[in-house]
Design a protein around this ligand. Structure first.
Ligand code: NAD
Length: 437
């Protein structure tokens, strides 16, 4: 089989490389000349574990290639995937569909045989129908069907998620399109991955329902964590106690500074707007969005409080700025709220992140970037952990303590144990756990 993948971002590049690993011939297309040049040179423009090997292997096998020329990419394809960005539209929070519709117009111009046009981007209900209408308008004669195939991979574990997903959701408008999609995902059928075949609208909504549910779950445990602090309970024990109930499930019950990243913030907001627009408001999700926005800002106040009520003229060491470990993605990372708030309160911020500093450098002016975790610490008044990278989990605490001006640690990811930290002589703050007496 042969496909074209439009967009070589976190989703397009990973999906394209994984399909090629399945034996499909994949041509990845992007408008960004820099990205395509780097990919052609064998460089991977994003940080995603394992992606470099996967891409190199399939390029060498002749199944994966990169181009800016969509016409060339679409020659003889069974399907063309749209995997472009759908960021929040400035001002109103609706998903900005200009990249998706732009891609649809371009696809229309190059359709010369029956092709399934698949939307992999996360798009509001009705987008697939509009993609169909755009193509029909530009090319009334074209032979095509549209399909929706939302992506559920997570950055940082994207390849494993794509290769061994909990399920694949496919919204198809014809049996013929459904059959092409089934053939593409055949290797996953063989390992008995559940495939949910449904309508276009249902597939589109399923993606938003999944992301908003997960955002609500995180927000729930974050609020329970705050309550734990007030009543002297331990949020991890509560999470385990409820998570072992199969109806609740263990995952996504880890408290933190609030969800961030390229999906949850924009997708929660977009679904809220869709629901309001059709007169069926999602009040739970409206509240989730509000709580999460405020939470990220409150995290800076926690750091200030741990520093004795003021950070004016003080140095705050920050470990991790990416929205989660194993990615360089800075989109809507909690650090983008926390660091500027600390700076506004008069702090000098010295930070380190194993993968995101290049991106973060553009978004967080005034930060002094260090070469490693220890490089942030010398003479700092406190250290705050914002991202739970593995390399921050086993710091040499004696060394950390000796380097800090005062042994104050604010662990917004709960990667250390309060008792251990007390024994090591730290003034330690975490989320939702009692501080040892
Ligand atoms: P991204 O911003 O990393 O990549 C999008 C790419 O599309 C960019 O390289 C851009 O240059 C390219 N592009 C835009 N218009 C184009 C066009 N007309 N022709 C060719 N290339 C074009 O985005 P992403 O993070 O990969 O997300 C893509 C979609 O997948 C979004 O809708 C997102 O919500 C969804 N999604 C993302 C994730 C994730 O973890 N990042 C997970 C699941 C779903």
């Amino acid at each position: 089989m042969r496909i074209a993948m439009i967009g070589t971002g976190y989703v397009g590049l990973v999906s394209g490389a994984c399909f090629s690993e399945f034996g499909v011939h994949v041509t990845c297309v992007d408008k960004d000349a820099g990205k395509i040049e780097r990919l052609k040179r064998g460089e991977i423009p994003i940080y995603e574990p394992g992606l470099d090997d996967l891409v190199a292997r399939n390029v060498a096998a002749g199944r994966l290639s990169f181009t800016m020329d969509l016409k060339e990419a679409m020659q003889g394809v069974d399907a063309v995937f749209i995997a472009v960005g759908t960021p929040s539209r400035r001002g109103d929070g609706h998903a900005d569909l200009s990249y998706v519709y732009g891609a649809a117009e371009e696809i229309a111009q190059h359709l010369d045989h029956y092709t399934v046009v698949v939307t992999k981007s996360t798009v509001p209900v009705g987008t697939g129908r509009e993609v169909e209408a755009i193509i029909r308008r530009v090319r009334p004669d074209a032979e095509f069907d549209v399909a929706s195939n939302p992506e559920f991979l997570r950055e940082g574990s994207a390849i494993g998620d794509f290769m061994r997903p909990d399920r694949v959701v496919i919204g198809a408008t014809s049996d013929r399109a459904g059959e092409v999609m089934r053939r593409l995902y055949r290797p996953l059928y063989l390992i008995e991955t559940p495939i949910v075949i449904t309508s276009l609208e249902t597939a589109e909504l399923t993606k938003y329902a999944a992301n908003t549910f997960l955002a609500a779950k995180i927000t729930f445990i974050n609020e329970i964590a705050d309550l734990c602090e007030k009543v002297g309970a331990n949020v991890h024990d509560v999470a385990r106690g409820i998570g072992l109930d199969g109806r609740i499930g263990k995952k996504f019950l880890h408290p933190g500074p609030g969800y961030g990243g390229s999906c949850f913030p924009k997708d929660t907001l977009a679904l809220v707007r869709t629901a309001q627009q059709v007169g069926s408001p999602l009040r739970i999700i409206e509240t989730v969005v509000d709580i999460n926005d405020k939470r990220k800002k409150q995290m800076a106040e926690r750091i200030v409080a741990a520093c004795g009520g003021s950070v004016d003229g003080k140095t705050v060491a920050v470990l991790g700025v990416a929205f989660k470990p194993n990615t360089d993605d800075m989109r809507d990372s909690p650090s983008l709220d926390i660091v500027p708030a600390l700076q506004a309160a008069g702090a000098h911020v010295r930070a380190f992140d194993p993968a995101a500093m290049h991106e973060a450098g553009k978004l967080l002016p005034g930060v002094e970037w260090a070469g490693d975790a220890y490089g942030t610490l010398e003479g700092a008044d406190c250290v705050a952990i914002l991202t739970e990278w593995n390399e921050f989990r086993a710091l040499d605490l004696k060394r950390v303590k000796a380097m800090l001006k005062r042994p104050v640690m604010i662990d917004l990811r709960n990667i250390y144990n309060p008792d251990d930290m007390a024994k090591a002589g730290f003034i330690y703050t975490s989320i939702g756990r009692p501080t040892p007496a």
